[in-house]
Write a protein that binds this ligand. Structure first.
Ligand code: AGP
Length: 608
């Protein structure tokens, strides 16, 4: 949700700023801007409504400077427009600020600054920061002191980078709730909202903590707290591959990430399966077997697809360990004054590790003394740091706004957790071995499904013409249906509704007609007969059916069928979901959508 970049060093900052913004564009893409300053001071700025490519086209060749900041925006305050794009400047055009987050007391600060003579040119909350810092940047004041003083008056979340035309040998950055990463180069320094913008230039990075600031100069950096105490931070080495940030010959990041799943699932499983004891080893839980035995309930929290992955996780935990488990949207949980119980294990799920609602839920649980584990992809992210322990997915960077490989790895991580719990409770060694074998077979089975891309593409192009779609599944299949519907609407904008197959006759059957086809999850399990009955009810109302199944239902029950390999029943949802990812992708392509950057959305939702 908004991307920030900055550069200071001997070279021209602009090429890095534009390339870095392009890499961060998945975080927000409604407007973009840059500001640079040369050794002799002065500020040049360019900002435009639209994509980073529009900004690059608007930046003239003479737009050069050795210090610069840039931003790609996802609008919160004010419509996407040139004026609302960042950087924002004070009226003397001395201070330039880029910001990710929300200034909650912006209205109050704006009124006060206006009374003091500031003239506001945008509708954004960020602009108050530029005027506020300028008000503190009096003659002889170091920029870091002006930024600290200004932030002392601010309530809200921020990741910011500040450039002062009168002190162009430094950039001051600060973090509170929105990530800021420093990249350490050879006599040059970089800043970004995440490492994807940096890895081409340096692998040495420093993740700022909440409440921490840094003054960044070409020859190094100094970190400190809001009350000016120096902190000592050593750079760490990024281990993600550079080509994770390229489409590697695929037409879109989404297609690449769907096809990466055999490898990403292997990484999630790597070193965690114990064949001897038919269990899983999860070193990061920070809970021993005795503590785990005391857990009476599991509550899983996440947003969007992370919540649906949590629903699949809850079913896995209940089935394998017989511990009651439930998944709830973190965005709802945090606002309903939840009861926090000592014998409940809370699990926060997040690909980005930045989602504000999920982070706030974790903080609420911890404030009330609850224990929280994180199932997180991004190492060192805010949610990962806030949790008491957890499981890293190791799925690799996920760039496309729609989650696919992180979703699958999350469910795999839950299968590992459920196996671990189960074997501490009553799951038999034979059943443990069955699940271990099932998990080991997943990467090969996913590969097999991906080979069927052609058939799914053809079906998707045909079904994409419909006015909307119904997705149905029973019990284990229902979260698959929810995620399938979510993926379709998110990237193709085709209306899609997910229902438990068992509920269809209690209302939504009234919607069924030839224009509203149904995607039905039909695994070959103990509920197969029930699912076939539901298909019969749909066909009796002239509904079209696309079945995702282990074997082809009788022709009169489904118009089309995509077959998937059979796993263990508990793990089947993982495989049934893969064709739905491809289906959504190809439907979006057929409709000419911007697959990796769907309208109105952004990858990391760091606002409420
Ligand atoms: C997934 O396709 C969506 N883009 C969205 O629902 C996402 O899963 C949700 O915003 C949570 O993100 P997180 O996993 O980074 O916390």
């Amino acid at each position: 949700m908004c991307g920030i970049v900055a550069y200071i060093g001997p070279k021209d900052a602009t090429p890095f700023l534009l390339e870095g913004l392009q890499r961060l564009e998945y975080r927000g893409y409604d407007s973009a801007g840059v500001a640079v300053s040369g050794r002799t001071g002065g500020l040049k700025t360019r900002k435009v409504k639209g994509r980073v490519a529009d900004l690059a086209a608007a930046v003239p060749a003479r737009f050069k400077g050795t210090t610069g900041i840039g931003h790609t925006r996802w609008a919160t305050h004010g419509v996407p427009s040139d004026a609302n794009a960042h950087p924002h400047l004070d009226n003397a055009e001395r201070i330039a600020v880029v910001h990710n987050g929300i200034i909650e007391n912006a209205d109050e600060l704006r009124a006060k600054l206006t009374a003091d003579g500031a003239v506001f040119l945008s509708e954004t909350d960020t602009e108050v920061l530029a005027h506020l810092i300028a008000a503190h940047a009096t003659e002889g004041t170091d920029l870091e002191d002006a930024v600290r003083a200004a932030l002392g008056k601010v309530v809200g979340t921020y990741g910011i980078a500040v450039l002062d035309a009168e002190q162009p040998d430094r950039i001051v950055v600060a973090r509170n709730g929105s990530p800021i990463v420093l990249g350490v180069g050879e006599k040059e320094m970089f800043v970004a909202s995440d490492v994807s913008a940096l890895v081409r230039y340096t692998r040495q990075v420093v993740h700022l903590e909440d409440g921490e600031l840094a003054t960044v100069r070409a020859d190094g950096f100094r970190t400190f707290t809001e009350d000016a105490r120096t902190t000592h931070r050593q750079p760490s080495t990024v281990d993600w591959e550079i080509d994770s940030y390229d489409t590697a010959g695929y037409e879109h990041f989404l297609l690449k990430e769907i096809h990466e799943q055999p490898g990403s699932v292997e990484r999630t499983l790597s070193g965690r399966l114990d064949e001897r004891f038919a269990t899983a080893h999860l070193g990061g839980l920070n809970l021993d077997a005795r503590e785990l035995r005391e857990i009476r309930r599991v509550k899983i929290l996440g947003c969007g697809s992370a919540y649906y992955a949590g629903e699949m996780g809850a079913q896995l935990i209940e089935e394998l360990s017989r511990i009651p488990a439930h998944s709830e949207p973190a965005s709802e949980f945090r606002y309903r004054n939840p009861v926090i119980e000592a014998d409940t294990l809370y699990v926060a799920v997040s690909q980005s590790g930045e989602t504000y609602d999920t982070l706030a839920a974790v903080q609420e649980i911890k404030r009330k003394g609850g224990r929280v584990l994180g199932v997180v992809n991004t190492v060192g992210s805010a949610i990962a740091r806030e949790c008491d322990g957890g499981i890293y997915l190791h799925a690799g960077p996920e760039i496309s706004v729609a989650s696919t490989k992180a979703f699958t790895s999350t469910v795999v991580a839950f299968a590992l957790l459920a196996l671990h719990f189960g074997r501490i409770h009553d799951l038999s060694p034979a059943d443990g071995r069955r699940i271990v074998a099932g998990l080991k077979a997943l990467p090969g089975q996913i590969r097999e499904i991906l080979e069927n891309d052609g058939q799914i593409a053809e079906l998707a192009a045909e079904y994409a013409k419909c006015e909307g779609m119904m997705f149905i599944g029973r019990v284990r299949g229902f979260p698959v249906a929810r995620e399938g519907a979510q993926k379709l609407k998110e990237i193709s904008y085709v209306h899609a509704e997910a229902y438990p197959a068992s509920e269809l006759k209690h209302g939504p059957l009234a919607l069924i007609n030839p224009e509203l086809p149904t995607v039905a999850l039909v695994p070959d399990d103990e509920l197969l007969d029930k699912n076939l009955t539901t298909l019969g009810e749909i066909k009796a109302r002239s509904g079209r059916v696309l079945a995702i199944a282990h074997r082809t239902p009788e022709t009169k029950l489904a118009d089309h069928c995509v077959l998937v390999p059979k796993s263990e029943p508990e793990l089947d949802p993982l495989l049934l979901n893969i064709p739905l990812q491809l289906f959504a992708y190809h439907a979006a392509v057929a409709l000419g959508r911007d697959v990796d950057k769907p309208r109105n959305l952004a990858k990391s939702v760091t606002v409420e």
